[in-house]
Each structure stands twice: as C-alpha cells, then as structure tokens.
Design a protein around this ligand. Structure first.
Ligand code: FNR
Length: 371
C-alpha cells in the first residue's frame, strides 16, 4: 500500500508481514516461549488511564527534550535491533538517515548488518548523535577493538545490553527451516549463522559472553570514554544497584528498562511495572540516572504514560524495522512522524505544554496499584 495509507504502528506491522521473507518476519516478530511478555509489554500501557485537564491554551506544545546531554525533537529513540538489511538494503544506514531527518536518536546494534562506519555514514550530518549497543564477546579483545572504532566514529554513548546473557527460546524463529546461513552479520563482519533451522537469533548470539557481572562495568570504563547506559534492567533492585555511587563514578548515566521486546525471559514484567516498582521502592533512582524504557510502545499515549511515570524517553524496536520494510528511509520517517504527532495530540488533550510537565497527576494507575 502507499505509504500515506499507513496510519499507525499496527498498519506497518501488517504490511511488513506481507513484504518480508518468512525468515525475516519470523526473526523480527518472534519472541520467547508463549509471547506473553511481548503482548503484556503493550497491554500494560492500556491499563493506565489518562487524566485530561480542561481550559488550557494548547495551541503550542513543545515535544523537545534532552537525553544523555543530547537535544532531541521528541522523546523517542530507535532501540538497537540486529539485521536491518533483512528489511531493506539501506539497513541501519537508512535508519540513521531517518533519525537525523526527524531529530531523534538511533541506538546502533552490536549485531547490525552493516559496519558501524557504514551506518554512521548514513547520518544527515557528522554532528548527528547516536548510541552504540554492545554485546560483550567471549573474546574480550574483539569487543575492545570494536569500542576503539566506536569511540572515534561520533557515537555519544555506549549501551550495554544485559537482559540476554543467552537468547530466549524463540520458536517462530526456529521453525523457519531456511534460517541458517546469512551473509549479513555481527557488526557487518561476516559471522555466519549456524545450525539449519536453529534460528537467526541463536546464530547471532554465538560468541556473546554469558558471564558479565557488575565488576565488568570497570572493564567497560577502561575501554571507552563515552557515557555508559545499562540496558535490560527488570527489577527495582537492579535499578538501585545501577544508581550506586560506584556506578555513577564509573560514568553510568542511564538505564533502559527493557525485556528485549519479550525476546528474553517470557513472563518477565513489562517496563511499566518496573517503572512503578522503582517509584515505590527505589525512587532515588530517578534523581541519579536517566531512566528510559522500551518494549510495546505502539502509540503516542503509551509513550506519554511512560513519561508520566518518570521515563525520559521511550525506545521503539520492531516498529522501526517494520517502517523500513518495503519503504526504506521514508517508512522509518513516517513511523517517527506518526509517533511525534500522536505524542503531540496526547499532550494537547491532556492540557500539557511541555514534556517536562508530564507527571503522575496526568494518569490513573489504579488498575496496577496492587502490584
Ligand atoms: C532486538 N533487540 C535487541 N536489543 C539489543 O540490545 N541488541 C540487539 O541486537 C537487539 N536485536 C533485536 C532484534 C530484533 C529483531 C528485535 C525485535 C529486537 C531488542 C530491542 O532493542 C528492544 O528492546 C525491543 O525491540 C523493544 O520492543 P518493541 O519496540 O520491539 O516492542
């Protein structure tokens, strides 16, 4: 269908299912076990209600914000996702261009299908910021060499993913029999998928170490000058651990509450629950770290609710890939534009002028209060 007929994230998902190869669709859409967390990530937002206020002059609303010292046009970033070239030949470089044109941040995956150099070359300008997501390899020297390249390429933060020391059991991915070899691979370096029918997800995780501990943040600090963001936190205890003085001194500036889009532990909580438990048991975290969330963001209302609960910005994973599918750069731009407009509309309807104003008074979380 023509791009202008795509009106929301679900439209893009349906189109992607039609235009992608079965292997690509299985890899992108799949999640662990019974897909309970994948679904719950989104339905949790729908249990929260908005509390719109009247008599506010909302001709002008300002969606701009600052994340990790970077000004962005609205509080959305593209989450790291592997293998964007399965969607479109422009791959992650196309996503970089779309993010530049729409004024948001891209987090580039360690398992991107292009090299970081090629992706950064897709940016609209050399000053366009981007984050780099790292999976630490069993052979640490490989990750150290990659971090050296990242440091000089203009990346503005390193995101360390921690929710997937091992991939979840993604059956849709495993069922696609031709999911074996692939020419695109880890940081565009040509790692070959292994195991016929074993699934692309599993193949991509080969070489990733399952042994990381809090001590390894020191190792990371030794090998990068950039701010560190920890991704994949799923409890208030770990959020509090990340906000310890020791971690702040090592340059941890943010955390992404994420369950990998339901692709890691199935029945892990949606990020909304984690935001709520941090508010209850470790509220100091919001003063010490920037808290971001990803997983299940399908509507501007979802994003606004996360912000009301204390998130600085929200990530989109699959929606960016689905925008890229069939439509390339323009599709990703439209995905971002739709989200920006939905966020703006929600702010107007709430009677809010700026994202900094959004708070608990704009939502009703009663359905989740027994958590
Ligand atoms: C991911 N995700 C991911 N995360 C990460 O840290 N490194 C990676 O390489 C990948 N790769 C990846 C591939 C695909 C196809 C998907 C769908 C996801 C997880 C991603 O960053 C994010 O947490 C989720 O995608 C967010 O959920 P939604 O927006 O897809 O619901």
């Amino acid at each position: 269908p023509p791009l202008e007929e795509q009106l929301n994230m679900d439209d893009f998902a349906r189109t992607a299912e039609q235009v992608l190869s079965p292997k690509a669709w299985a890899y992108y859409s799949s999640a662990s076990d019974d897909l309970l967390t994948k679904t719950h990530n989104n339905t949790a937002y729908r249990q929260i209600l908005l509390r719109p206020r009247i008599f506010k002059d909302v001709r002008e609303v300002d969606t701009r914000t600052i994340v990790c010292s970077t000004p962005i046009a609205f509080p959305v970033f593209v989450a790291p996702a592997a293998m964007a070239r399965l969607a479109h030949p422009s791959g992650e470089a196309g996503i970089a261009e779309a993010c530049g044109r729409e004024g948001v941040l891209q987090c580039v995956s360690n398992n991107a299908s292009l090299k970081p150099e090629q992706i950064m070359a897709g940016r609209v300008s050399g000053a366009q910021p981007a984050w780099f997501q790292l999976y630490v390899q069993e052979d640490r020297r490989k990750s150290e060499a990659l971090l050296k390249r990242v440091d000089v390429l203009g990346f503005t933060a390193v995101v360390l993913t921690l929710d997937a020391p091992t991939p979840g059991k993604r059956e849709a991915d495993e069922r696609v029999k031709n999911a074996g070899n692939t020419t695109s691979a880890t940081s565009g370096e040509g790692v070959q998928g292994k195991g016929e029918g074993g699934g692309l997800g599993k193949a991509l995780f080969a070489g990733t170490t399952p042994s990381l501990t809090w001590e390894d943040v020191k190792w990371l600090r030794k090998h990068t000058k950039l701010p560190i963001i920890l991704k994949g936190l799923q409890t208030h205890e770990d959020a509090a651990m990340a906000a310890r003085k020791e971690m702040l001194e090592l340059g941890v500036t943010g955390i992404i509450l994420s369950n990998h889009g339901g692709r890691a532990a199935d029945t892990a909580p949606p990020p909304v629950y984690v935001l709520m438990e941090i508010r209850k048991y470790a509220p100091e975290v919001f003063d010490k770290l920037e808290v971001y969330v990803d997983g299940g963001i399908r509507r501007g209302t979802d994003a606004v609710k996360a912000l009301c609960l204390g998130a600085k910005a929200v990530g989109i994973g699959r929606s960016a890939l689905f925008g890229l599918s069939g439509y390339g750069v323009d599709g990703v731009r439209r995905v971002l534009t739709i989200l920006r407009e939905e966020i703006e509309t929600t702010m107007r309807l709430l009677g809010v002028y700026s994202v900094g104003e959004l708070g608990l008074r704009h939502i009703n979380t009663r359905a989740l209060d027994g958590l």
